[in-house]
Design a protein around this ligand. Structure first.
Ligand code: ATP
Ligand code: AMO
Length: 433
């Protein structure tokens, strides 16, 4: 619609055409109002029944809620209207009639459970506070891309149909690929590493990953979006610097450009973290967790951190923090170990007090050590030949990491369930919409 004006942009004294959804019809007898809603807000359309053409009144007031209409009329100042402006219509076009039985009330007056909301996501996203989550998500991705550009990183896209897994064999979705076994990609890990040995040196990817997680939790999805980073000629500490910078850039972008959305979500004191994130070694982390006294059984060196342990430490630290120097055994084959202590790896995690946000580390770039690592983890290096082969031809020292976008959105906005941060979540029960 060429001549369309958004609700928030109409000005008193002008004639305009607005188009959107019928949010509500309020009939007070002689006078009635159609409240029109579009992506920018709402506008009151006034119908004075005795003074207006009957057909116009019938069309404007006879239409069901959530129908799509275009209205042309004069805009006037009206202090009693919610926005201080109202429109006196000359014409009302019904562009799409809505069924009077709605599966979900987009005005938000009637609450709906999450499954109903997800089954009717289109209607759910007509609610400004739901839409706000996705506007913020888009701002996070915009700020992150801009930050990556500022540190000289090139955006790449890697295959999502692959021959091997990287993050442990059990979480793969198998598919048939012209009669051969193939998988949906769990992580761009091996491809992004191959790129640091290419002329690109420093890369990032924002894309989907697929994990056949059996469990149903508020923080796991079967299809998630990852922000991956990998760079040649950096160690794990330099990679953590970029990781921290990325998170701060995301928060700063949202603080700067999403004021309206944050208000809708009830934040009046949203602040980007400014202090340096503490970097605890794994050993310090378990000591600190044990000292909280929150766990029934004390952790010993070599244990992975349970959800309870992560929570105890998160409460103790009180903000974002890194855990570095993990036991080699609980980190994947591609993470480099310390030469002087092979039990210890150069892997790290970035933690939010509520959960893990990022895994990363310095990578093993030496061919012989890499192949030995495969064997130690019971993997067949032959299967990964497409990857290991390139380590014979000049693979620089490198490090990198990956964020789960939904976990970033979820922790930033304090959402209870990760599904709130995805338009169309994929979980154990949900394959459509
Ligand atoms: P990722 O799987 O990507 O590494 P994550 O946060 O799920 O991210 P895990 O190592 O899988 O990391 O799990 C971290 C902690 O969460 C583990 O200690 C594990 O006990 C706990 N956890 C994993 N799955 C579940 C689950 N289904 N229910 C409760 N806790 C879980
Ligand atoms: P990892 O497996 O820890 O590391 O994944 C990185 C981050 O991705 C997010 N994430 C998920 N989010 C929602 N649902 C899931 N099922 C899910 N799985 C993972 C988490 C997690 O911290 N290749 C390494 C990264 C690297 O070393 O560069 C990897 O995939 O926020």
């Amino acid at each position: 619609m060429e001549n369309r004006t958004h609700a928030a942009d109409v000005a008193a004294g002008e004639t305009a055409t607005v188009a959107g959804w019928v949010h509500e019809i309020r009939d007070l007898g002689g006078i009635a109002f159609l409240i029109l809603r579009d992506k920018t807000g709402k506008l009151q359309i006034k119908f004075e029944k005795d003074e207006m053409d009957d057909d116009l009144v019938e069309t404007g007031l006879g239409v069901h809620r959530e129908s799509v209409v275009a209205v042309t009329g004069a805009v006037e100042e009206e202090p009693r209207a919610p926005t201080g402006l109202e429109m006196v219509p000359d014409s009302v076009d019904v562009l799409a009639e809505a069924d009077p039985e709605l599966p979900l009330d987009p005005s938000g007056k009637v609450d709906a459970e999450l499954p109903t909301r997800l089954n009717n996501r289109t209607l759910d996203l007509r609610k400004p506070e739901v839409k706000a989550i996705f506007e913020i998500r888009a701002e996070i991705l915009r700020s992150v891309r801009e930050y990556f550009r500022s540190v000289g990183s090139t955006e790449i896209n890697t295959p999502k149909i692959v021959a091997t897994g990287t993050e442990g064999g059990t979480e793969l979705f198998p598919i048939t690929y012209f009669g051969k076994e193939a998988f949906m990609n769990q992580s761009p890990q091996l491809f992004k590493q191959l790129m640091v040995g290419s002329g690109l040196e420093r890369v990032f990817e924002i894309g989907p990953i697929f994990r056949a997680e059996e469990h149903n939790t508020p923080r796991h999805l079967n299809e998630a979006t990852m922000i991956d980073f990998e760079s040649a000629f950096v160690d794990h500490h330099e990679a953590m610097d970029v990781c921290e910078g990325t998170l701060k850039a995301a928060y700063e972008g949202v603080a700067e450009n999403c004021q309206e959305q944050l208000e809708l979500l009830g934040y009046d004191d949203f602040e980007a973290p400014s202090d340096d994130f503490p970097r605890l070694t794994y050993e310090e982390a378990i000591e600190r967790i044990n000292a909280t006294g929150e766990l029934d059984t004390q952790l010993v060196w070599g244990d992975d951190l349970s959800t309870e342990a992560e929570k105890a430490l998160g409460d103790d630290v009180g903000g974002h923090y890194f855990i570095t120097d993990w036991p080699s055994e609980i980190k994947p084959f591609y993470i480099q170990d310390y030469d002087d202590d092979p039990q210890l790896s150069k892997g790290f995690d970035l933690m939010h007090p509520r959960m893990e946000l990022v895994s990363g580390g310095q990578r093993e770039h030496r061919y012989d050590e890499l192949v030995a690592g495969f064997e130690q983890q019971g993997l067949d290096p032959e299967q990964f030949d497409y990857y290991t082969r390139m380590f014979k031809y000049g693979m620089p020292p490198h490090a990198g990491w990956a964020y789960g976008v939904e976990r970033l959105v979820m922790t930033m906005l304090d959402l209870d369930n990760i599904r709130e941060a995805v338009l169309f979540p994929r979980d154990r029960q949900r394959l459509s919409p």
